[in-house]
Design a protein around this ligand. Structure first.
Ligand code: KIV
Ligand code: ZN
Length: 515
């Protein structure tokens, strides 16, 4: 039997995924995700867009210098400053890659770039050459390739490869392509671009029509060798191709695709949960592969079939994608080693000091709750990662008065660096309204609430409450998430999480991708 082709998995959760509204991550959170992506087995991770902000640059640089075992890529527009900055950020990686992009479609040429075809080709070649002078792994993306005239797309791709691109990515930037058409475009490039064999063809599909995974798979059938995707499919607008879905489609339907990936599929669920808890973007229950109900059989006829023979209704085994058989893990007699083991299985990498702090919190929680579940442990670790970030607002203490006969009040003390400040709300609609008021008063950040939910993080009436909110500040949406056995405390933590994201992003530039 001939050896099967291995499709490279290029994860862009930390770059395109982070562009989802409100999904920005701080440095510690990005490092956690980066390590989880290595454990998952991605071939390349796009760690960020270094010119976008000092925070982005620092994050890519830190990932490049500390994370091992995969290629680390930085994104750059086709100009000298971007490319130099991207190289500065990734140069310490074990295997660095620079990814340069420039739009090629008529609509982008005319309205966004105001450049002729000749100028685009010249600029693309110059950008790739500059990047190739720094390192030998260069990816070039003709942005909006799926809406670019075929003749021109062939011309740009050929020129980029001749200039030194080792991967040519064909983005469906606006999620407009259809599977048969996108697959044919990849086949067309293979037929018409004379030097195409000198580069890997990559695909990058957005999900505006819900076709990102289908389009990526069609491209694989026509010879694509790399798929760009994100955990849980997060990304701009409707998101990107979902890593877990495309990988499991290739694995489960190996009879048709006859290729494989290097992904350790048992890490899919833990990685999905890690990204969801860090970004505050919940995974819908019926989401393929990683949704809580993805393997739940409700109908009696299905349950009956399953009991007789699993494969009657199940095409994958839950354990193959990392669903644990049982969620019940630790109690108040569990030790640090058990906690450390559980944390690792959940995808976290804690330092000795972090483990000790999480263990102290775990003991307090185990005193309040008899049974501590995976969701509780993830929440404690998540809080610790948030708290580890320096220069940010942290909750010191709060007190609430509320009742049918009382005026609701919240007294709140917060800390920033070594400064503490206290505020007391005088009135409000209820404790949540008072909490918003007190957080705004102390931090000076105005927040408009767009969405707010509280749900139970795990099982049982003593479960921790998870508050998730979306707030608007100066026209931008930010997310926050907080967990506690007390729902007002969870809400305050979620508000602080959102305020800290706002402050983090305000150090960045407002960067378009115009040229
Ligand atoms: O969607 C897109 O075109 C992109 C490029 C930068 C590759 O994200
Ligand atoms: Zn994209």
């Amino acid at each position: 039997m001939s050896e099967q082709k291995t499709i490279k998995i290029f994860d862009t959760t930390l770059r395109d995924g982070e562009q989802s509204p409100g999904a920005s991550m701080n440095l510690n959170e990005k490092l956690e995700v980066a390590q989880a992506l290595v454990d998952l087995g991605v071939d390349i991770m796009e760690a960020g867009f270094p010119i976008a902000s000092p925070g982005d640059f620092e994050a890519v640089k830190e990932i490049a210098s500390t994370i091992r075992g995969t290629t680390i890529c930085g994104l750059a527009r086709c100009n000298d400053a971007d490319i130099d900055r991207a190289w500065e950020a990734v140069k310490q990686a074990e295997q660095p890659r620079i990814h340069v992009f420039l739009a090629t479609s008529a609509i982008h040429r005319e309205f966004k770039l105001k450049m002729t075809r000749e100028e685009i080709v010249r600029r693309a070649v110059a950008g790739v050459q500059r990047a190739a002078a720094y390192c030998d792994d260069i990816e070039f993306s003709p942005e909006d390739a799926a809406r670019t005239e075929h003749d021109f797309l062939c011309e740009v791709v050929e020129a980029a490869i001749a200039a030194g691109a080792t991967t040519v990515n064909i983005p469906d930037t606006v999620g407009y392509a259809l599977p048969f058409q996108y697959g044919k475009t990849i086949g067309m490039l293979r037929d018409r671009v004379p030097n195409i064999d000198q580069a890997t063809i990559s695909v990058h599909c957005h999900n505006d029509l819900g076709l990102a995974v289908a389009n990526s798979l069609a491209a694989v059938q026509h010879g694509a060798g790399q798929i760009e995707c994100t955990i849980n499919g997060i990304g701009e607008r409707a998101g990107n191709c979902a890593l877990e879905e495309v990988v499991m489609a290739i694995k489960t339907r190996n009879d048709e695709y006859e290729c494989n990936t290097r992904i350790n599929t048992e890490r899919l669920v833990p990685t999905s949960r890690l990204v969801s808890s860090i970004t505050g973007i919940n995974v819908q229950r019926n989401k393929a592969i990683v949704g809580r109900n993805a393997f739940a059989h409700e109908a009696g006829i299905h349950q009956d079939g399953m009991l007789k023979e699993r494969t009657t209704y199940e095409i994958m085994r839950p354990e193959d994608v990392g669903f644990a058989r049982t969620d019940l893990v630790l109690g108040k007699h569990s030790g640090r080693a058990a906690l450390s083991d559980r944390a690792q299985k959940l995808g976290y990498h804690l330092t000795g000091e972090q483990l000790q702090l999480v263990f102290d919190e775990f003991k307090k929680l185990a005193d309040k709750k008899k049974e501590v579940y995976d969701g509780d442990i993830a929440a404690l670790i998540q809080q610790q990662i948030q708290d580890d970030q320096v220069n940010q607002w942290q909750l010191v203490s709060f007190a609430v008065t509320s009742g049918s006969q009382d005026t609701p009040r919240v007294q709140l003390t917060l800390q920033y660096g070594d400064q503490q400040q206290t505020a007391e709300s005088s009135d409000g609609d209820g404790p949540v309204d008072c909490a918003f008021w007190a957080v705004e008063k102390i931090t000076g950040v105005k927040l408009v609430c767009r969405d707010y939910t509280v749900r139970s993080a795990t099982l049982g009436r003593d479960a921790q409450g998870e508050a998730t909110l979306e707030v608007e500040h100066q026209g931008q949406v930010y997310r926050g998430r907080g967990i506690s056995t007390d729902t007002v405390e969870a809400t305050i933590k979620a508000l602080l999480n959102a305020v800290n994201r706002i402050e983090l992003l305000q150090t960045g530039d407002d960067l378009g991708t115009a040229d």
